[in-house]
Write a protein of this length. Structure first.
Length: 257
């Protein structure tokens, strides 16, 4: 604010706001009260402005916490996603960005060659979901397996899986880059089974989900894919690696000149 600093609120009011845990009202109160006095606001308007500040502040803090707890790998969003370069059809991009499929507890499977923008697109969807007030959890198949395996030590697997399923969108990235053994297949099955028709799962893979039985035990792969694809949008990407194209165009690193 231009001009002199507004007078601070009284120590008594400051203590009350601290006790009531209204940090954003406490932060904005001096300026709002000074403006209200100068412009002769109605008391109801003062209350409204302060409560809006609290709601906006809390929502922003909640989104920051959810973004951190989601475990995103790189912070990529739609701000850096090239819609024109993507092989995902524009109507499909638009439909998925509406996030309506998450509200219907539908799944998403993106399959295609490495470097075709699968992870970037799904991470951007995750950030968008958080902006819309949803919860997101991000795993690679390896980190999901580690999480479930640790829970076996104290027999807390059901509790850990239930905690993961509190998220509205659960992402398992880069399935198929490495062979998946019994333990990984079991962890993936547990998650998909628990989330089935209750939460949305998005997976990215260089394999079509129908080919997951080539990288994990067939019985578990069949049961998992059956549940995963029952209510799912399957999107196939193609073309050359966008990462390689960027590197060949000199966009992969900063100039040394």
């Amino acid at each position: 604010m231009n001009g002199p600093e507004p007078p601070p609120i009284s120590a008594e009011l400051d203590a009350l706001l601290r006790r009531m845990r209204l940090p954003y009202v406490r932060r904005d109160a001096p300026e709002v009260l000074a403006v209200a006095k100068a412009q002769r606001w109605e008391p109801a308007e003062v209350l409204k402005v302060l409560l809006v500040a609290e709601v906006v502040g809390r929502d922003k803090a909640t989104r920051a916490i959810r973004r951190k707890s989601a475990g995103f790998p790189s912070g990529k969003s739609f701000d850096t996603f090239d819609e024109q370069a993507s092989s995902i059809p524009p109507p499909t991009q638009s439909g998925l960005r509406s996030l309506e499929w998450i509200s219907r507890h539908e799944n998403l499977a993106l399959a295609g060659p490495s470097g075709t923008g699968k992870s970037h697109f799904v991470e951007a969807l995750g950030h968008l979901a958080i902006e819309e007030g949803l919860r997101v959890s991000w795993f690679s198949l390896e980190t999901l397996t580690q999480t479930i395996s640790r829970a076996k030590v104290d027999a807390s697997v059901p509790r850990v899986v239930a905690r993961i399923c509190r998220a509205d969108l659960i992402v398992v990235d880069d399935i198929g880059m490495l062979p998946a053994g019994q333990e990984a297949a079991e962890a993936f099955y547990r998650l998909v089974d628990a989330a089935y028709e209750r939460r949305s799962i998005a997976v990215t893979s260089n394999l079509h989900p129908s080919g997951f039985d080539t990288i994990m035990p067939k019985t578990l792969a069949t049961a998992t894919v059956d549940r995963l694809l029952h209510h799912a949008h399957v999107v196939l990407t193609d073309g050359a690696s966008l990462r390689l194209s960027a590197a060949l165009a000199g966009k992969g690193v900063a100039s040394l000149g």
